[in-house]
Design a protein around this ligand. Structure first.
Ligand code: NAG
Ligand code: NAG
Ligand code: NAG
Ligand code: NAG
Ligand code: NAG
Ligand code: NAG
Ligand code: NAG
Ligand code: NAG
Ligand code: NAG
Ligand code: NAG
Ligand code: NAG
Length: 823
């Protein structure tokens, strides 16, 4: 028992001694903390209320102690406005590992006693008002890993002893007034906003571990050394606001982990290195306010798919905006203002759905303000196209951009009516000055009211760029339409842009068409061709049934075919070419480029279906009599004559067939689908390319002239052949691809051998029905007419082009037959 007590006593004494020793050093910490508090809080009693006697100091706000020894290891206080100083007693907290006093408005000097904090690993005194030098005593804190003194008013040299702090990997001295040189072996070096002078030393390449390097706002001069290419761990490289000159080094492409790269406001020149494309993780690149020249390299930014911000403003860049920008699905900010860029805005930009700020002011961009800005870029907040050479009306759809709050269109050649809704309703959000012919808008703009008719000079767009086009599509496969576009005829860009064609055409958005066709539903699908699908729908704006031909852009050649259609109708207007309602060039809900052509619904469909009485139309009496067939033949012939003998250009359709002949309620025929059409001796066509051999032409089996099959040249005679087959098909109601044809027998041969004796045997039985009561007696005339019809068809579809009938003769003969028929 005694032994036990002794033992207990001994033990108790021992532990008391230990506890006493511990609590004594704890008392040091508590005293230090209390005297720190007074100075930190500038004597303000209400500050740090938890630092009171009723709590153990280890439980005070911002204080963390080691569990065993109960000494302060972490002090973390931030975001206060105490305005005090840092008390030297800090040096008594010798177990401190982290000291974080950020943004508590401290002033005075950093006490030299910090040098006693041998265990210190992190020192963060950023965002205060510390003055004076960085105390040299800090060099004794050899365990320091991070020194963060950003945003203070420190002066003096960047201490050279940083070089010997082997643990240090983060040195952030930015936004002070320090002077001096670089340091080595850091991961994260920021000396931004100081007065670091001189060239960037070649030895910068030794800082291999560097992930962040920020020298913003200093006085660095000379060129960026090539050794920077060795810093492959760099994630952030900030050299903006210095005096760097020379070129952006090509080795920048070695920095494949780079995510942020800023070079703003230096004196850099030369072109943007295309090696930048290898920096595939780049999210922000800024090089504004330099003197960079040359093109924006194509094939460069388009590869950097993560790019979010790009600022190349205020340089001397020339050339077009590369269409590859369309790949940048995350691009949010694009600043290209104050350069010498030219050309039209590529329609591909419509795919940059994340764009919030598009600033292109102060360049030489031209063409019209593209509709896709409004229809596709739904996130736009700022749009600045000022001081360019845009010539168009203001797309009304800009009214509908939900977030647009700043629109600068001043100093262009815009004309026509200014919308009033959306951003246009706020006079301080828009700038339209320097456009001479605008009218309307909200009253505060003080623009003249719009007269019904626009000034004449503006109803026609600049000739070189404006190409009205025909597009042919069909109720089932294809239908014809007229459309006008701007055709961006730049061979180098492989791109063209459709532009607003508000002159005379209504505007439709992707959304409109989506609604009109029930979301392009299967039940609205009325046909599909190689280059597109055709939907029927009803458009509120049009108050009638429409047909929408949606281009399958993923199909090889679809875009080319669309372009061909567009090119054809420059100056091509004829009563037997189908009229366009409008078109839509936009981006669909999946962000894919969307191009569609809208035309009036042709209630009688196409000739193919009428001739072969497709079951879709069984409810209607679709038999077309000889008189009607004759009239259709004449309509098509006149359309062909027009295309072939146009004073400016010869257009070869290359795909004449019944499904490309559309019919309205009065059985007036319209030729359509110019997707394969070719120009011959064209004024605008790049003729050598367009006068290609027919090998590139697919056409439609059965209607393609034989010479095309052996590489003959595309010619009007080729169309005549197809037309001849079409006539024979109208006569016989047999397709040239009918099973009965093959070895030795063709539609042409069948008809040729049937003339004259067996004409009634081969003719469509529908044609043998008398036309009307009075005509019962003229069956013999009817036979003659069928014969004439067959002769024309056979003559047109002769094997050799030279033997074929001319379209003028066809028209003369058909007129003669018509005359006979109406007697
Ligand atoms: C700090 O420690 C020194 C010596 O250990 C002592 O003289 C001084 O009073 C202490 N200061 C505070 C505020 O505790
Ligand atoms: C001490 O601080 C705690 C926590 O803030 C508080 O609850 C307590 O009232 C304070 N005690 C005194 C005496 O101020
Ligand atoms: C650094 O510490 C050493 C010993 O640990 C001491 O002799 C020296 O004076 C200290 N230097 C400074 C600048 O505090
Ligand atoms: C900067 O470094 C150079 C050479 O490395 C040296 O001559 C110069 O004195 C240093 N300047 C400062 C302020 O440390
Ligand atoms: C850049 O990378 C290439 C190939 O990876 C290498 O040959 C070249 O030396 C590197 N340049 C620099 C400056 O590191
Ligand atoms: C890029 O960073 C990753 C880790 O983020 C690293 O594994 C890789 O080595 C770095 N690449 C280069 C070229 O340094
Ligand atoms: C454009 O950059 C130059 C320097 O290259 C600068 O002097 C000028 O102020 C900048 N202009 C604007 C509008 O920022
Ligand atoms: C910009 O560079 C061009 C040559 O590319 C030069 O003619 C021009 O003087 C430079 N401008 C400035 C302000 O340095
Ligand atoms: C602006 O466009 C018009 C016509 O398109 C052209 O004549 C003029 O040269 C262009 N101006 C500039 C500065 O590019
Ligand atoms: C619009 O752009 C013009 C020319 O670039 C500029 O002078 C004007 O200040 C801009 N307006 C607004 C509101 O930013
Ligand atoms: C009008 O535009 C200005 C400038 O963009 C903006 O500050 C203001 O809030 C807008 N007013 C309204 C009613 O939207």
């Amino acid at each position: 028992m005694r032994t036990y007590i002794m033992f207990l006593l001994y033990f108790t004494t021992l532990s008391t001694t230990v506890a006493l020793a511990l609590s004594l050093s704890s008392m040091t910490d508590k005293r230090a903390l209390l005297s720190l508090k007074v100075k930190l809080t500038n004597g303000e009693p209400e500050s740090l209320p938890s630092w009171n006697e009723s709590l153990h100091f280890c439980e005070w706000e911002g204080v963390t102690c080691g569990r065993r020894h109960m000494r302060v290891t972490i002090l973390h206080l931030e975001n206060q406005n105490w305005g005090g100083t840092l008390e030297p007693a800090l040096g008594n907290l010798t177990f401190l590992r982290k000291l974080k006093f950020s943004n508590i408005n401290l002033h005075g000097e950093i006490p030299r006693e910090v040098g006693r904090l041998k265990r210190l690993q992190v020192l963060d005194l950023s965002k205060n008002k510390f003055q004076g030098k960085i105390p040299i005593e800090l060099s004794n804190c050899t365990n320091l890993k991070e020194i963060i003194l950003l945003y203070n008013q420190l002066t003096g040299n960047v201490p050279s002893w940083f070089d010997s702090m082997t643990q240090l990997n983060k040195l952030l001295l930015g936004a002070n007034n320090l002077v001096g040189n670089f340091s080595t072996h850091l991961n994260w070096l920021s000396m931004a906003g100081n007065q670091i002078y001189g060239g960037m030393p070649e030895r910068i390449g030794q800082l291999i571990g560097l992930t962040r390097f920020d020298m913003m706002e200093n006085f660095l001069e000379g060129t960026i050394p090539d050794s920077i290419g060795r810093l492959t761990n760099l994630v952030r490289l900030v050299l903006q606001e210095n005096k760097l000159s020379g070129k952006i080094p090509i080795v920048i492409g070695n920095l494949t982990n780079l995510s942020e790269f800023y070079l703003h406001t230096n004196k850099l020149e030369g072109s943007i290195p295309s090696t930048l494309r290898y920096c595939t993780k780049l999210q922000s690149f800024g090089a504004s306010d330099n003197n960079l020249s040359g093109d924006i390299p194509d094939q460069t930014f388009g590869y950097i798919e993560d790019l979010i911000n790009l600022d190349l403003s205020n340089n001397s860049l020339i050339g077009p905006l590369p269409y590859e920008f369309g790949n940048l699905k995350h691009l949010s900010i694009l600043y290209l203002h104050e350069n010498k860029l030219s050309g039209e805005i590529p329609s591909e930009l419509g795919a940059c759905m994340a764009l919030r700020e598009l600033v292109l002011g102060g360049n030489f961009f031209q063409g019209s303000i593209p509709l896709f800005l409004a229809s596709s870029l739904r996130s736009l907040e700022i749009l600045d196209l000022s001081s360019n050479n845009f010539t168009s009306v203001i797309p009304r759809e800009l009214e509908n951009l939900p977030s647009l709050n700043s629109l600068n269109l001043s100093f262009n050649n815009l004309y026509g009516e200014v919308p009033v809704r959306g951003v246009f309703g706020n006079v301080s959000a828009i700038s339209l000055i320097g456009n001479s012919d605008l009218c309307g808008g909200i009253p505060q703009l003080k623009l003249p009211t719009c007269s019904r008719l626009l000034p004449k000079k503006h109803t026609r767009l600049p000739k070189k760029k404006f190409v009205p086009i025909i597009v042919i599509g069909g109720i089932f496969i294809s239908v014809i339409a007229f459309i006008g576009i701007y055709f961006l005829g730049k061979k180098t860009k492989k791109s063209f842009s459709l532009a607003s064609l508000q002159n005379g055409h209504m505007e439709v958005t992707y959304q409109d068409l989506h609604e009109a066709t029930n979301g392009f539903s299967l039940s609205n699908l009325v046909g599909a061709g190689s280059f597109g699908s055709v939907y029927k729908g009803s458009l509120l704006k049009f108050k009638g049934t429409i047909v929408v031909k949606v281009l399958k852009l993923e199909t090889r050649g679809a875009l080319k075919s669309f372009v061909a259609e567009c090119k054809v109708l420059e100056k091509m207007k004829h009563k037997n070419l189908l009229k366009l309602l409008t078109f839509c060039s936009s981006v669909d809900y999946n962000g894919e480029v969307f191009k569609a052509i809208v035309f009036e619904f042709m209630p009688m469909g196409n000739l193919e279906n009428l001739l072969h009485n497709n079951e879709h139309l069984e409810s209607r009496n679709l038999n077309i009599n000889l008189r009607q067939r004759l009239s259709i033949a004449l309509d098509v012939a006149q359309a062909l004559d027009y295309l072939h003998h146009n004073s400016h250009q010869v257009v070869v359709h290359c795909d004449i067939k019944p499904s490309n002949v559309l019919l309205d309620d009065d059985i007036v025929a319209y030729l359509g689908d110019f997707g394969l059409a070719r120009f011959l001796h064209g004024a605008t066509a790049s003729s050598s390319k367009d006068q290609v051999s027919s090998s590139a032409i697919q056409g439609t089996i059965g209607y393609v002239p034989p010479e095309y099959g052996v590489g003959g040249k595309v010619s009007p005679q080729g169309d005549i052949y197809s037309y001849g087959i079409l006539l024979l098909e109208m006569l016989t109601a047999k397709r040239p691809t009918d099973n009965m044809f093959g070895e030795g027998l063709s539609l042409h041969k069948l008809c040729k051998t049937a003339i004259p004796q067996k004409i009634t045997e081969i003719a469509d039985s529908q044609l043998l029905i008398p036309f009307s009561e009075e005509q019962i007696g003229i069956m013999e005339d009817q036979r003659e007419i069928l014969l004439s019809f067959a002769r024309i068809g056979v003559a047109c579809s002769a094997e050799y082009p030279a033997q074929r009938m001319s379209i003028k003769d066809v028209i003369t003969e058909l007129h003669a037959i018509k005359q006979k028929l109406s007697l």
